[in-house]
Ligand binder design. Structure first.
Ligand code: ATP
Ligand code: MG
Length: 410
């Protein structure tokens, strides 16, 4: 038997209401802030991610689904920021009035070890805001993330923020990190040794326990907690924090927060939900002022975030399946089709027994699935009436065929 691939899942009809709710809520919350939806292709040139996500990241090094077609190297998108940036450049969005505010949702692909909250095909919803370097843009996107989570019923959130500074101030920080970690290189994991050469800041993102222990050493903590940020970046970060306070968004500063992608500068943030187990990060994002340029566009500041929808789904209350409005009981499919059309055109959900089984069987089915039964047996057809039965109260009335629609009170 062919089964779904490891790390992939069918989203079954019984779960779909939750997914529709996540999508609808995204549309509602983001539209109110004038963010427009964009849908980019599922696969892109591999080079887009190598350059756009960064070739020192786990995503690019270990997690991409890459294949060749007509001598082109293509990759299933592991995230959507690079694709949205490509589209922004390709369609000349820099010529539009700025900021350009976009949101997306859809499947992403990463070759990871599947576990709870971690799949190989998973879904993200995210926002990207281009063309505004102000701290108010950072606060706006963080606010949207919080409003979205709140609208889904998630209120117990840990919001962590940090500033990585600009490339200049980051250089001092990076050098200091390299100096202080040098004596410990042999004790750090293989990945950390690789990062030491490629992108030393990301060492702080290591999840290996023995590495985390090393970071606790006093001299390393001193560097981590040190003050490397230039006055402009400091001022920017200060404003982000002031705006968040004005918005009543509680946050914690975490100097260890560096995020897994190479393109971030200045503000980075993560939102955790307290309802989850070990994979409790639901949202990650930050500012990426050089990415548009890196991918061949004009210098354009940008800030955004992505959320994992599977993790959101596991945290939110399950939406209840709605009962059908009407089940039509009849032994005459021609007549039934007419009624069904009238009902559906009038906005009711309506179903019938395609096989015209016995009255009792149809009534049982109606009682299990619907709020009302409309009975249209021989008697009713002869008298040009229908019988409406309220399936909760068992009350029933016989009404004229022309006026039955008004009698159904949903
Ligand atoms: P993690 O540290 O959990 O691997 P990440 O830093 O790789 O997360 P991002 O690339 O920032 O994650 O993606 C944003 C969000 O997407 C995460 O916070 C998480 O909710 C979700 N996510 C990432 N990878 C997966 C996955 N393999 N399966 C399900 N959700 C995921
Ligand atoms: Mg990851």
């Amino acid at each position: 038997m062919i089964q779904a691939q490891k790390g992939t899942k069918d989203i079954l009809p019984e779960e779909i209401l939750n997914w529709q709710k996540m999508e609808k809520t995204a549309y509602e919350i983001f539209s109110k802030a004038n963010f427009k939806e964009i849908r980019t292709p599922i696969f892109e040139a591999t080079e887009l991610f190598a350059r756009g996500v960064g070739d020192s990241t786990d995503i690019v090094n270990k997690e991409m689904y890459t294949f060749e077609k007509s001598e082109r190297s293509l990759t299933l998108r592991p995230e959507n920021t690079a694709g949205v940036v490509r589209a922004y450049i390709e369609h000349g969005f820099s010529r539009l009035p700025q900021p350009v505010k976009l949101w997306y949702k859809g499947p992403m692909f990463r070759y990871e070890r599947p576990q709870a909250g971690r799949q190989r095909q998973f879904h993200q919803v995210g926002v990207e805001m281009f063309g505004c370097a102000e701290a108010s843009a950072d606060a706006e996107v963080i606010n949207l993330a919080v409003k979205y989570l709140n609208a889904l019923g998630l209120n117990d959130l840990d919001i962590e923020i940090n500033s990585l500074g600009c490339p200049e101030c980051r250089k001092n920080y990076r050098d200091a990190i390299k100096d202080v970690l040098k004596p410990y290189l042999k004790d750090l994991c293989e990945d950390c040794n690789f990062r030491y050469e490629k992108n030393p800041l990301r060492i702080l993102d290591c999840k290996v326990e023995s590495c985390k222990k090393i970071f606790e050493k006093e001299e390393i903590q001193k560097v981590i907690l040190g003050d490397f940020i230039c006055p402009e970046c400091k001022e920017h970060f200060k404003k982000v924090k002031e705006y968040l306070r004005a918005l009543n968004i509680p946050f914690k500063e975490n100097k260890l927060l560096v995020r897994g992608l190479d393109y971030y500068n200045r503000t980075v943030f993560e939102i955790k939900s307290n309802n989850l187990g070990s994979q409790n990060a639901v949202c990650g994002g930050g500012r990426y002022d050089s990415l548009v340029e890196t991918l061949g566009g004009p210098q354009t500041p940008a800030v955004g975030w992505a959320m994992g929808m599977e993790r959101l789904n596991s945290l939110t209350e399950k939406a209840q399946e709605q009962r059908l409005d009407v089940f039509v009981i009849s032994e005459n499919n021609e007549e039934t089709f007419k009624i069904i059309e009238e009902l559906r055109n009038a906005g009711f959900s309506a179903e019938f027994d395609y096989a015209c089984r016995k009255f009792k069987k149809q009534l049982d089915k109606a009682a299990k699935t619907a709020k009302y039964a409309i009975i249209l047996m021989d008697d009713e057809i002869k008298t040009n009436t229908v019988t409406i039965k309220n399936l909760d109260t068992s009350e029933q009335v016989n009404v004229l065929r022309e006026s039955y629609l008004d009698k159904i009170k949903i």
